[in-house]
Design a protein around this ligand. Sequence first.
Ligand SMILES: Nc1nc2c(ncn2[C@@H]2O[C@H](COP(=O)(O)OP(=O)(O)O)[C@@H](O)[C@H]2O)c(=O)[nH]1
Ligand SMILES: [Mg+2]
Length: 457
Amino acid sequence: MAMLGSLGENLTNTMKKLVGMSVIDKKTIKEVVKDIQRALIQSDVNIKLVLELSKKIESRALEEEPPKGITPREHVITIIYEEMVNLLGSEAAGLLGSEAAGLDINEKPYKILFLGLQGSGKTTTIGKLCRYLQKKGFNPAVVCTDTWRPAAYEQLKQLTEEMDVPLYGDPNNKDALDLARKGLQEFKNRKVIIFDTAGRHKNEEDLIAEMDQLDDIIEPTEAILVIDGTIGQQAGEQARAFSQATDIGSIIITKLDGSAKGGGAMSAVAETGAPIKFIGTGERIDDFELFDPQRFISRLLGMGDIQSLIEKAEENIDEDIAEKTMNNMLTGKFTLMDMKNQFEMMNKMGPMQQVLNMIPGMGNKISKEASKMTEDKIDAYKIMMSSMTEEEMLNPKIIKQSRIQRIARGSGVDETEVKELLKYYNNTKKTMKGIGKRGGRLGGGAMNRMMGQFMNR
Ligand SMILES: Nc1nc2c(ncn2[C@@H]2O[C@H](COP(=O)(O)OP(=O)(O)O)[C@@H](O)[C@H]2O)c(=O)[nH]1
Ligand SMILES: [Mg+2]
């Protein structure tokens, strides 16, 4: 991937090399660790951090026993992955991202203060964040308090007009604090207000002082610091300087598209403890992503999107329902209700094609057409099932001709289609019972199979 210069490519090659090694021993582990060191140092990651990381990887790889069922090779890959994730901050900051960690709607307005040096990408990123929030169903408003950059207001005006985002600003007013107060007043009834600020002053002290005052007036729900990813390790220093003015809630690192120093900026920021929330990967409005260290590292290491697949499954499948459904399936008690649950699970994990694409090597095992047809079928089946009574769903045997007629009418399909659904159900039930007898099992096994796919690539 183009992101982070050659770091991703180098790391992916290292992992491929590791996968291809015939034996995993002290010598090969040392060799792999050397490769990782080289890749990280090239990407401007702090030498001290690199040495700490490689020492940890090496000692864990040599000393830890692989857990049961995990090969030494898989074990080393897991250790590299885990330690790399730790280097960039162990947890996704989440906020503004997922529903669970989303905006606190009770806090109104949700005030976001953007900070950062001139040229770091604040204004551009505000545009990106507005678009992101709009997609999530929020309608942000923006206040321009940058009285330093020539045409700062015009730049924002153009950006926000394109997206129908209301903007408050006044190019003739040179008092940033006054602008902030008036903007607050103007948008007091809105849910989300974003404040753009100046990134330059006579000197850095004055800039930090102005941010401090703005912070007092705005009382932001969240202060976001924008840092240019091309500055490398200096990013840590910048984060510390701005944290004098306000509690930095989160950080956005921009210009990670093709930046050779991106790894340095990211690791330096992570070291300060401020979570990286988003990254900017280009000048266009959609070149913006929620930063999740785990997903990011698995991409850097070229591990497909295994993690995101597993996460998606974990997030979305109500485990109880899943387990109950599985048990019913395997013991032959499988009802139409279970089949509906099974469809829901598949639905939540995304279209089959997409799910399979995330497993390395699986994407091409199913033709687009075949998977499409299956999805359409499933949709049709779900509509028919919604015309059934609970009694029918739990005890499908009672569905005879008159009920079939009613269900067909209720869902606007031919009776033959309802019969086809019942036939599919009966076949599935039979198949499942067969697997159950052979002792089929889902869970850890699924993960192993996925890992296996990766190893065999
Ligand atoms: N390549 C790249 N350029 C970016 C990114 N974010 C911002 N820029 C560019 O950086 C320059 C400064 O951005 P601007 O938003 O005006 O910075 P501000 O002074 O902090 O408001 C502009 O030319 C942007 O197009 C990014 O993620 N990638
Ligand atoms: Mg700006």
